[in-house]
Structure formats: structure tokens, C-alpha cells
Design a protein around this ligand. Sequence first.
Ligand code: SF4
Ligand code: MSK
Length: 643
Amino acid sequence: MDENINIDEASCEMIKKAAEEGVEIVFDRAAKMKPCPIGAVGQCCKNCMMGPCRLAGKDAEEKHGVCGASLGVIAARNLMRMIAAGTSCHGDHGRDMAFTLLAAAKGEAPGYEVKDVKKLHKVAGWLDIKTEGREKNEIGIDVANACINMFSQQTGELAYIKKAPKKRQELWRKLGIAQRGIDREVVELMNRTNIGMDQDIDNLVMQGFRCALANGWGGSMISSDIQDILFGTPTPIRGKVNLGVLKEDYVNIVVHGHEPTLSEMIAVVSMDPEIIKYAESKGAKGVNLSGICCTANEVLMRHGIPSAGNFLQQELAVLTGAVEAMIVDVQCIMSSLPKVAECYHSKIITTNRKAKITGATYMEFDEHNAVESAKEIIKMAIDNYPNRGKVNIPHIKTQDMVVGFTDETITYMLGGTYRGSYRPLNDAIISGRIRGVVGIVGCNNPKVATDDVHVALAKELIKNDVLIVVTGCSGITNAKAGLLVPEAKDLAGPGLREICETVGIPPVLHAGSCVDNSRILIACTHMVEEGGLGDDISDLPVVGVAPGWMSEKAISIGHYTIASGLLTIFGVAFPVTGSKEMSDMVFNKYADLVGGKFAFEEDPIKIAELCLKHIDEKRKLLGIDKAQERVLYDMEKRRELEA
Ligand code: SF4
Ligand code: MSK
């Protein structure tokens, strides 16, 4: 394993244990793997069997695939296919949520209900669905059907486009990239990247943007909205993080993946007295629930259920020997889990017909029979408790955190219930107390100093008065480093510290899971609408960063962030750098087209410098680059003003 892998102490303890016990984990596989240098930079095409065509070497730019495709076209097609894959992940997630809402509103999914009526009315408003004098389930059925139809909508733009600033909507229409149905955009992008199809890079990337917009202002937004309707819109709540949240004398159940439908029910059922009694009958003190990845974020944001860790800690949780069952749903689940679990007593339980793993136990979760399904799964975990061997939960203290900062929360916290608005945030930015806002999102990747890139970047930025919003595994990673507590204000610059003290917030705000990056888009729209910071998202002193990304979902997220107007910086590697033409496209020309573009940088301090440079340029363009002194008015000055 790479000695330079910088990760938290609890993980290091488990990595050491894995080595001692001869259990192969992700870090070992990463160290052994020699990633294909051609594929990594976009120089390989396997879209047909005349190839695969490898356009490598010094003269790569002059080479062509057997079909005649240039290096630029090959790199572009590869990137576009990643957008299609990422959009389909978040889209299918949103679709599942819409069908769950439909079943709940029809009374066909006992245990689920419309929990947040206020949010239901808000979403209905966006979708032009009448709410007045109607019962919540009636509205719920209409909202669910409208969302389901957004997947198959063949013509016309998605209703969610209206949530963006007017100027941005007009740009999308002018460029012909206003998104139609989510499925249609994915299918068209896959078609256009086939052999013999779209071989004009300028034309191809526009469909890439349209497909990505169908994710950010489509599939992901549907997921977040419906999850709020069904399970409640998160509000600030305390929680704990890291492997130490596992408990020695309890049946430990870890939920992992992305869709909260099952985990919400597991959370409820695990507190059922009948279940606790059953756990006691097997010698345990009760059931202890925790999470990994974005399923963890979902139950953490709404119930304060502890997070055992991020993407790279899924195997490490099993290594403790304390996990009776890891219950997984969809996305970011490592194929290696059943093999690691073989060395201990842990059961890996897959629950979704779309995500089975050879060697795991499959127990299909049916939301129409959710309580019974959840009970059955939990009982299987409890039955496994007596099979435990030696337990080694890291003794490093768990870290506290405060999470649940949605755009609704920010409105309320900054402006209060009756006059909730983004005015105080905009004023803080205009006055320079907050220099800008950076969203640090995405995965951990064993190719880089895993946790360090996220944490070093966040620390450097808050020191420079930049407010941070985190989602996904970046949220968990920064939480482990202690940046998600109000006390972290002491690491912030004087301006940001003052805001944190006044409002009582941490300098790093956890906004949720990967699909909740759409919440950042809505927050940006509110900032524009509030006034004083330009009239489009591209005018804002805001940057998006994915310093440790690995999933195709990140490429789709990056593209919708850029199509929304923001500079977006990626670490690790960028999969088109083998082509000068495509590099010029993503790192320069994108900005001319949509206002946002990619930048690539691995070093977290240099990423911070890029963010600050961009923020300062935007501040200058807005005319707010000179720090404004706060003037305290005495009575005489006030009278002068009133006169
Ligand atoms: Fe090669 Fe063209 Fe086939 Fe790609 S599509 S594998 S470049 S022949
Ligand atoms: S879980 S996509 S590793 S952030 Fe959303 Fe984490 Fe990345 Fe999966």
C-alpha cells in the first residue's frame, strides 16, 4: 500500500489490521493496479469491434481510429458517455422516488406517507399543479405522475427549468440545450456517441450539456424534492461520524448506497420494541444503526443516525468484525464486500434488483411491503450476532458534527421564519465578510491522498473567508476532520468567523448526498434573485470542486454545474487530457459557450488558489472587490441620512 495515503487514524488502524490478517482491500488493489495510461487521458476507443483503437504516442494528434475518428472525437465521445452514465444513475434514483411517492399517496405503500406538506405544495407550484382545497394525497399523486412523466417527456423543456434564473433559462434556449425528458437525453447522447454518428465535437458537447442539465435540473432535483416530501426536509441536527460509531455490545447494522427508501424504514423498525427484545434474546443490548456513503447522509440529515464513514471505509467497517449486516441499495457499493465479509461473520445483503453482487445475500426490498421487508432483513442481522468472532472497533474518538443545511435551512437561519431570505448572505458577500462560496463535493479516490485533499482544501478556503458547502463523501470526510461543528469557526478568517458566530453555523455546511448537489443550484438561484450579485449564476463568486472524484456521476454533475455557469475544478485526473482539441474545449471553450468551464488541479492548496482567483475576478466584475468598512452611525449621522 502507498505510504503516502493520508487518511484518518481510525481507518489507518483498520488498514493495518487488514494487512496483518491478509485481507485484501481497496488500497492494496489500487497499489497493485497500473491504470491504463491511454484510457486515463481519453486516447482509447472501444465503441466498435474494428478497434479497440489506441491513439497513443507523440503523434497521437495526427492518428485516427479505423473508422477515421480523430483523437478529439474519441476523447469527446468517451467523456460524453460518462455524462450519460452519471445522468442515468441519478435519473433512475429520482424515478424510484417518484414511484414510491405515487404508491404512498395512493395508500399502496404502508409505512410511507407525505410527511412534508409544505414542500409538497412548493414542488406542486413549480409543476403548475393546483393545491388549493386539495387533500395532500391527491396533490401527491399529481406530483408523482408529473415527475414520472419528466423521464419520458419527448418534446418541450422540463418544468424544472423554471427554477433557474431567467437569464440562464434564456441562454439554454438560445443554445438549444434546454433539457427535454431525462431518458430521451440519455438515449440521444448514447446514440450520438456510437460509431458513425456525431463526429463534430462542438455539436456533441451541446448534447452532453443537455443530458447533464437533465440530471442537475431534472433527475437529481426530483430525487431531493421527493425525498423531502416523503421523509421530511432536513433541518440542522447533530450527529457523529467515523468507524467508532459501531458499538461493541449491539447488533450493528450498516446501511450503504444512495436511495433512502429502505434505510428510512430500517431506521424506524430498528427502534421497534419487538425488534429490540429480539436482539436482547440473542445476547445484544439492542440494535445500532449507522451508514456509509450517501445512504448515510440521507438518514444522518433527517434522523441524526451516525455515519460510519465514506466510500473508502466500506470494507474497513466490515474489518472491525462488529458488523452483523451491511445492507446495501444502489451505487458506490464495492464488488469486494462479500469477499472481505467471508473473513468475518458479516452478511452483505443486497436489496435492489438493479444491484446484486455475486457472493452476497439477496433479499429484495419491496416498498409496497416495506415494514415486513425491513423486519425480515433486520432479524437476519440479529440472528447473525451470536456468530461474531473477535471485535476490533477503532478506539479513536468519534467526531461530532452538525448537518442539515438545505437551501430552505439557509433561508430560515439567515433571515428568520417571517422574513426568511438570502439578503443577509448576499450582504455578507457584498461587504466582503464572506469572500465567496465553494462547493466541495464528491468521492474519495485511493489514487490520491484520500481524505487529505478534501480537508486541506476546505481549511485553506475557510482561512480565506470562503464559506464551504459540502455534499456526498466530501461531507463525511470534512466531518471526520472536525470542520462541521460551530467551533471550527476558529479556523476561519475574521469575516467568515464573525458570520459563523452571529448565525451559529459551522464554516463548512453539509447540504446532503450526491443528488443534493441540486440544492446548491437552487441556493445559487436564490442568491441571484436576491439581488446585488449579478443576474445569472455565472456572475456569482462561487466555485464547484470535486478534488477526489472517481464516479461517472461526478462528470455529469461537473457538466451541469458548468452549464449552470460555474467554474468547476476536478482533481485526481481528467479523462480528456490526451487530446489537445478536447482539453481546449473543456478548459477554455466551455466558458465561451455557457459561462462555466473545467479546471484540473491535483494539489489542494493550488486548487484553493484557483478558487480564490476566480472568486476575486467575479467580485471585481461585480464591483465589490474593495472590502467595505463597516460604518457605525451616531444619531447625528442618522439624522443627516433621514434628511
Ligand atoms: Fe476504432 Fe472508430 Fe471503432 Fe472507435 S468507433 S473502436 S475509433 S473504429
Ligand atoms: S457516495 S458518488 S463515492 S461522493 Fe454518493 Fe461518495 Fe462519490 Fe459515491
